[in-house]
Design a protein around this ligand. Sequence first.
Ligand code: 5AD
Ligand code: SF4
Length: 427
Amino acid sequence: MNFYIETYGCQMNVADSELVTSLLITAGHNVVNDIDQAELILFNTCSVRAHAEDRVLGRISNEKHRKKANPKIQIGVLGCMAQRMGKRLLDSKIGVDFVIGVDQYDRIPALLSAKDLQPHLLDFDSTQIYQDLMPVHQSKTCGFVTIMRGCNNYCSYCIVPHVRGRERSRPWQDVLNDVKKAGQDGLLDITLLGQNVNSYLDNEVDFPELLKRLETVDNIARMRFITSHPKDLSDSLIDVMASSKRICEHIHLPMQSGNNRILKEMNRKYTIEHYQSLIHKLRHAVPNVAITTDIIAGYPSETDTEFEDTISAMKDIGFDYAFCFKYSSREGTDAAMRTDQIPEAIRLKRLQKMIDLQREITLAKFRAQIGKEVEVYIESMSKKNKDQVSGKTRDFKIAVLKGSESEIGSLKKATVIGATAGTLICQ
Ligand code: 5AD
Ligand code: SF4
């Protein structure tokens, strides 16, 4: 059967879609990039904010007409929304045939060959790590390798631990094999994935040790990891980052808020002073390290003054980039139960202020690169100019430069000659 898979949300979902692709191909199915060719349409979904869910619901509903034209077409929902909403998705009349939870993907082939589609398979499996499955990489340049699944942190706003279950680390040898395979496939840039990679543990192998063991794999030029939790970022990780030639000069370290009371309410388990000290250590040990972050505006009970602490922290630290969100209430989380929710209009105003500020900071950071020599990993043709190629620097900045399709997959030295708040222009 021809299948098509559409992925929403974080890189973990991208990696999970690659797993599902591998499973279905092994079972004799055929992946297609054109939805018109598909008899099986899969949506791998995200629940982290209400907006993400609404978008996908609209999107699935839009595809309903296909089933009228061809009753053989099946639509399945995977991922966090499948896990969170389960049967409600089947009942929603948007044309969903089946719903599969995040720990049950290995049951999809059997489900498809069964005469009656079971309505939903959503149990958590606290041991599921999809052992011995080699993902089919969608990209020819950048590979994502899952090193752990689930999350134990229960940040009070976050749905992830509720939909992805408890934390499990994959055996380090399996991770090593996946990275080797990616290297053999010619992917030079590997991102290790986990909700909190700093708490990776497989017997005696912790995260810094895992990085050391991956350092020897042939072909890989760049290694990155997401996401780091500030409460678990250790000195030994910073040491490994400083001494490794492959680990890129970039870290994504979600701050979430610049105010200690709000951080406590969020159950983040660090103070802003601790966070600032990590930034200081990182910048000292890894010169020119790029630091990106996630920040939430309008967490329940956040006052104007507390929000201003976030603004001050953003100014003090000067992130290379910040993913700014307005707080979104997620049913089932502790924060959603609170009665002191911030009105939507205020959340929006605060969000806009963060976005405007970060835009200025990002632009200044990008402009400061002008005149420098950077290494660009060419990943695709530029969307805006057909004589240009687009790629990333080691410190995770998008860069464009003159080039042609044959250069995709190569590393190029270039000089930065201009910058916008999102792109380095190089030659
Ligand atoms: N509302 C807004 N942002 C959220 N995030 C997680 N949960 C929520 C929520 N309920 C953000 C956090 C996290 C990023 C992936 O999404 O900043 O780091
Ligand atoms: Fe959510 Fe916190 Fe876990 Fe990240 S660490 S996935 S924000 S609960």
